[in-house]
Write a protein that binds this ligand. Sequence first.
Ligand code: AGP
Length: 589
Amino acid sequence: MCGIFGYMGKSNAPYIIHQGLKRLEYRGYDSWGISTIEKGNIVTTKDTGHIPESIKLKTNPTTVGIGHTRWATHGGVTITNAHPHYSTDRSFVLAQNGIVENYTELKAYLEKLGYIFDTQVDTEVIVKLVEHELKTTKTLREALIKAFKQLEGRNTVILLDSKSGQILAIRNGSPLILGVKEKDIYLASDPLAFNQYCRDIVEINNGEMIEIKDGKYKLFDIKKDKYINRKPREEKLLEIDIDKEKYEHYMIKEIVEQQHTILKATEYTQKQLQPFIKRLKETENIYTIGAGTAGFSADQIAYYLRKIGKKNAISIKSYETESYLENISPNDTVIAISQSGETADTLEAVEILKERGVYIASIINMPGSTLSRLSNSYFMSNAGSEICVASTKVFTSQISFGYLLSKTLVGEYTDAKRELRTISNNLEDFFSKKTFKQIENISKVLKEKEHFFVLGKGQNFHIAQEGALKIKEISYKHFEGFAAGELKHGVIALIEEGTPVLSIVSNDKNVKDLISATQEVKARGALTIGIGDKQDTDCFDYFIEVAKSNDLKAISNVIPFQLISYYLAKELGNNIDKPRNLAKSVTVK
Ligand code: AGP
């Protein structure tokens, strides 16, 4: 999380940095700060909360500066804790993306040496460490390198020095990319932050330092202690579609776009898929990994690979790979799933597996992301930019692709394409005024409740979990998704008069179990809501009939949850596109 931005060039730095930070806000929006050099001094403007559309900066037009948008890890959301942070003599400022994992030890060491800390952030440890190293080194860049090498964890730092007028940055783990256009040099956590100005990028790898001075950049390998010559290359970057069109929020726009994005994600021809299908056929086990929504996507894709593709597919949460590592071998294939391609938990697992010689394929939505570079092969979700922090269209794009892959494995590529077209057409009818009104009305009822349970089975088990996550994220209500089979083993103890239970019912062999489970909770006073294919039963107080599909019911069934999430949050007056405490890209562990 956190977004870093740096600029040196011919234009007005404060303006460029502000625009860049707005584009990086999806990475964190607790607080922000911009520092520039004016008449040899560093001038900083900081505040808590979202970055305003237009800001009155303390600084005048100038041509060099850095900025940061924060997602708090250490220390509360205050102006003091907002980055960039000054050195004691105010000659340099530093901003960070990551977590200094040995922060406690380093802070104790520095305090013993007499350093006094003004903030609660781990970043201040880096600043003080640089100051300390500066006492025994000749240059600030040397001091920064020495300090950086003492940090544990995935950290990327950017420093602005008023004495030399330069920007220095070092990457380890958390992303950093350089953009170059003639004399304009941009540095950011994500190229989206500057791709309106320039397309030529220079990748910065872990352990590399970038030095920007006098309109030129130099790349330095801090491990090998030598300069690197890496020329900029043009990258086809994702365009941010900032137009909400007729919609009030990005979330609803992105939900409705799914009728098209599921097709875009599966535009691959059989010929294009062939090499990977061959690999999957030959592979012993397939492991799918991801976190959060991408983790549920990994679950659903593994389900399709087992059920349809007849492969031994195991889904693992990225942050829980440790106990599996010994058993994953180069004879296996790992499929990493990530919208951003920058999720720290997923990258860390992939890095370890890659080192062990395991083949990594990934499903990503962000071109040029770290995960794409780490993978042996990758498939783009092609969902376009997803701006709402809660993932909707990328989730269905990922599982559509997983479905296509599984069907292609058993020679049913054409059948899969037909099914995808069917569901896409049916979604067009589903997204009607009638549907929106019905879900809005149900959300008005749900608004009064606090705890909710979602039941699913088979193809709908992980949809129950993702559906619950979606609603939690935006409404802040307590939703839990369960396998319907779990109900009688404990969950039913929580059901009392009026507890809402949402059951996902598809016309498949599990339907009877779902209806029995619903009857059981109804008998205990639950408010019952059915979501799925129309049923001939009176056990539901409300029923949302979904878009028709044959064996891609996961897509039809997850969408009503996305809509409940949206309308419930709207009823509650929550910030729909930027929910509290969340960030779109989780680049820290
Ligand atoms: C989705 O609604 C969430 N924002 C979150 O769970 C997300 O899916 C997770 O952080 C993984 O992100 P990724 O897809 O970019 O790897």
